[in-house]
Design a protein around this ligand. Structure first.
Ligand code: FES
Length: 92
């Protein structure tokens, strides 16, 4: 599935953890066909900054601005999620 949207949580907890800089890093590296969205809470507060790639529900946690290039190059451009950074939400 090729990525179409990347959501970066900008709610309080993630913001305290640097989510605004992560959002800025994604905005600085636009990928054709992929929309960067400043999102409200993604319901995994405390593991942030949280990033969600859709479709396919691929999650990244504790994303640092210097890690954004890896997500952009490998996942958004080439469709290969960055394994070491993935977050697996607990099943309900
Ligand atoms: S504040 Fe970011 S997931 Fe809730």
């Amino acid at each position: 599935m090729s990525p179409e949207r990347v959501l970066i949580c900008q709610n309080r907890t993630c913001k305290k953890q640097g989510a605004d800089k992560v959002l800025a890093a994604f905005q600085a590296s636009p990928v054709p066909g992929v929309t960067v969205v400043a999102s409200s809470c993604l319901r995994h507060c405390g593991s942030g900054p949280m990033v969600l790639v859709e479709p396919g529900d691929v999650w990244y946690c504790r994303v640092r601005p210097d890690e954004v290039t890896a997500v952009v190059e490998r996942h958004l451009k080439n469709g290969v999620p960055v394994k070491g950074m993935l977050f697996h939400p607990p099943h309900p």
